[in-house]
Design a protein around this ligand. Structure first.
Ligand SMILES: Nc1ncnc2c1ncn2[C@@H]1O[C@H](COP(=O)(O)OP(=O)(O)OP(=O)(O)O)[C@@H](O)[C@H]1O
Length: 338
């Protein structure tokens, strides 16, 4: 659906030159919600703005729905851009136009009849839950409502792709969640491909199918959110996960606590329905190992439950190893951490 090949973007020239993206490759499937996470300056905005050529890459190719965009003339590009909607961190609404007129704007630009504009805008107002607010001006709306207008306007031309440029970064946590739910709904309802950039792991965890971690203008890690989130390979990814987690001070103290016999601290990861099964209690009952829970999380990635427990097993070496083997045989991920 979207393919970025050897994408390079250099701003400025000579000794003023700044490389924002260097030789980046990325493939995004139709209908998925793809997240790009990275620190400030990593290249996220440049990357997302290259997908609709708001920013023209210095080198490389941008393929959307089988069409390579960098080779198109202005008219062809305008045509293709209609298939790519975009929403922004600061909403970018026309302050002197009503909600209705903001949403109607892209339709009027392409000469849609007044009757069709009316039908479409009313449908979109209902879709984003703003039926009662069509005649208001942006200044009379909350941040979440403004972003709903942004979503409705982006959907007016029936795009195949929605680009979200830090779309929830200016919103409080509750409003963020309501906008994320709206994005998830429209992704399901219209099989819309969504690409979002963010610096918050929570956003990725809530709605994305796959994620790429970007650092220094390149992708350092990518894959299914569950895989990247639960088994991060790169230090930058681990940093993001730590920043979204609770303080690990108490855990460190527990790991350092002296134990009398043979003991191992183990991280056990449960995914999907296994999260709610009793594999751990069954395994220790059978092997006679005792255990203390040092740290635990149960949450969801998109709508899939997962759990992560750090436990200290105590018993004979053979019994501890047998317990780990049993958990592995049950399909759980088991990792010795100390
Ligand atoms: N118009 C520009 N002119 C010169 N350099 C730029 C320009 N836009 C971005 N850069 C540089 O390119 C690099 C990547 O910037 P970009 O805005 O893509 O990162 P980002 O990950 O989106 O950061 P943030 O989260 O702070 O928006 C940075 O070093 C930035 O200073």
């Amino acid at each position: 659906m979207i393919e970025l090949k050897n994408l390079t973007k250099v701003y400025g020239k000579g000794n003023q030159a700044a490389t924002a993206l260097s030789g980046l490759n990325l493939s995004i499937e139709r209908g998925e919600i793809f997240g790009v996470i990275g620190h400030s300056g990593a290249g996220k905005s440049t990357l997302i703005r290259c997908i609709n050529l708001l920013e023209r890459p210095s080198e490389g190719e941008v393929w959307v729905d089988g069409v390579e965009l960098t080779g198109l003339n202005q008219k062809q590009l305008q045509e293709q851009r209609r298939k790519i909607g975009m929403i922004f961190q600061h909403f970018n609404l026309l302050s002197s136009a009503t909600v209705y007129d903001n949403i109607a704007f892209p339709l009027r630009l392409i000469g849609t009849s007044a009757a069709d504009v009316d039908l479409k805008v009313k449908d979109l107002l209902t879709l984003v839950g703003l039926e009662q607010h069509g005649s208001k001006y942006p200044a009379q709306l909350s941040g979440g409502q403004k972003q709903r207008v942004g979503v409705a306007r982006a959907l007016a031309s029936d795009p195949d792709v929605l680009l979200c440029d830090e779309a929830t970064s200016a919103l409080d946590p509750q409003t963020t969640d309501s906008i994320l739910r709206l994005l998830l709904d429209i992704n399901k309802q219209f099989r819309l491909t969504i690409v979002l950039i963010t610096h918050e792991m929570h956003v990725i965890q809530s709605i994305c199918d796959r994620v790429a971690v970007i650092h220094g203008g390149g992708i350092v890690e990518q894959g299914d959110v569950a895989k990247v989130f639960l088994k991060p390979q790169h230090e930058i990814t681990r940093e993001f996960i730590r920043s979204g987690a609770q303080q690990d001070g108490p855990l460190r103290a527990a790991l350092n606590a002296v134990s009398t016999g043979y003991s191992r601290a183990i991280k056990i990861t449960f995914l999907g329905p296994k999260t709610y099964e009793s594999a751990l209690s069954q395994a220790v009952r059978e092997t006679g190992v005792s255990f203390a829970i040092l740290h635990g999380t149960i949450s969801t990635i998109k709508d899939m439950p997962y759990g992560q427990l750090i436990v200290r097993f105590e018993g004979t070496e053979d019994a501890v190893k047998a317990t780990m083997s049993r958990l592995t045989a049950e399909g759980l991920d088991v990792e010795v951490i100390s």
